[in-house]
Design a protein around this ligand. Structure first.
Ligand code: IPM
Ligand code: MG
Length: 368
């Protein structure tokens, strides 16, 4: 019995997680894979109830769970709160506390959607890249940080980009392992021509690759060039590894290649501990989309595909993970579209209908 913690969060997080729970229930009911779900609050909804975006009991429940499925956090309602009360602090807090340093963001173009991208079809069809973003270091967490007032009354802002070589090594190994089971190509992204921290990053990645992964074709690229190459010729990439800040930006670019932010899943993984336990949090790459929240029109596929990643990476349930990915592809092949991936004048299905369609296909796939 696997224990899943559901954290719906804010905005459309509620509906996309609720719909994905139906998929979890499907497996629990119709297969030998058993799940129990608990729920916890994070983000704005947590602030509203407990005056903190990150209640203690959420961390406790997160530590007890076998894996976490998160919707999204944030929204205009909480934007004017003091920094430490904002919903994003909840998300960053849980990433840091569970040391979820490895963020896997696959950008895969479904056949049925290669016309939905803003890029030409031939640039994106069959695209399948994996962005590996370091998630617990860099400018996001570096000290010193903050804004202070100087003697002359002007204000000064400081954030610190910092990595130590151990942090670089552990994310490099995750990326190299992934490259090894994929296309055996890794591109490491830095700004080594300007920023020393990333020059060290480049050296460490090179050393590890040379020493332990000679079979992997390693290349390096500056982050500005990478942003350009991702829209010029994204298929040149297989696995991409980079730091927290660059990864935040590049993964948004990569996600849009697939047609919609509403399609992209992600996994955030911790280190395997001695007792075999590994903290893991799965979430769609999209945000809380407050403008469409509560209307049952959000695309649940990114969250459903995040659950598939959970089955694969946390539980090694490969067959079930494949089934979900196949079901999603078939549902799209049949022409089902939520608003975000529909072409002009194309009929749309709702968030809950999309999940029901996936379950119909899962029924067929798992019966065979
Ligand atoms: C992401 C988001 C978060 C980040 C925000 C919501 C804190 O943009 O997961 O990419 O910057 O990491
Ligand atoms: Mg982001």
């Amino acid at each position: 019995m696997k224990k899943i913690l559901l954290i719906k969060g804010d905005g459309i997080g509620d509906e996309v997680v609720t719909q994905t729970k139906k998929i979890i229930n499907f497996f629990d009911k119709h297969t030998d894979k058993k799940f129990t779900c608990e729920e916890a609050l994070l983000g704005g909804v947590a602030y509203d109830q407990y005056q903190t975006p990150y209640p203690k009991q959420t961390l406790e429940l997160a530590k007890e769970a076998d894996a976490i499925l998160l919707g999204a956090v944030g929204g205009p309602k909480w934007e004017s709160l003091a920094y430490q009360h904002r919903p994003e602090r909840g998300l960053l807090g849980i990433r840091k506390d569970l040391q979820l340093f490895a963020n896997l963001r696959p950008a895969k173009v479904f056949n049925a959607l290669c016309d939905s991208s803003t890029l030409k079809k031939e640039i994106v069809d069959n695209l399948d890249i994996m962005i590996v973003r370091e998630l617990t270091g860099d400018l996001y967490f570096g000290e010193p940080r903050g804004v202070s007032t100087l003697a002359d009354g002007s204000r000064q802002g400081i954030n610190t980009m910092t990595y130590n070589s151990k942090e670089v090594e552990r994310i490099a190994r995750v990326a190299l392992e992934l490259a090894n089971i994929r296309g055996k190509k890794l591109c490491s992204i830095d700004k080594a021509n300007v920023i020393e921290t990333t020059e060290m990053w480049r050296e460490v990645v090179s050393e590890i690759a040379k020493k332990d992964y000679p079979q992997i074709q390693l290349s390096h690229m500056y982050v500005d060039n990478c942003a350009m190459q991702l829209v010029r010729n994204p298929k040149q990439f297989d696995v991409v590894v980079t730091g927290n800040m660059f990864g935040d930006i590049l993964s948004d670019i990569a996600s849009m290649l697939t047609g919609s932010l509403g399609m992209l899943p992600s996994a955030s993984l911790g280190e395997k501990q001695k007792n075999g336990k590994q903290f893991a949090l799965y979430e769609p790459v999209h945000g809380s989309a407050p403008d469409i929240a509560g209307k049952n029109i959000a695309n649940p596929l990114a969250t459903i595909l995040s659950f598939a990643m959970m089955l694969r990476y946390s539980f090694a349930y490969e067959k079930e993970a494949d089934a979900i990915e196949k079901a999603a592809a078939l549902v799209l092949d049949d022409g089902n579209r939520t608003a975000d991936i529909a072409n002009k004048n194309q009929a749309t299905v709702s968030c809950s209908q999309m999940a029901d369609k996936v379950i119909e296909k899962l029924n067929e796939i798992m019966a065979n």
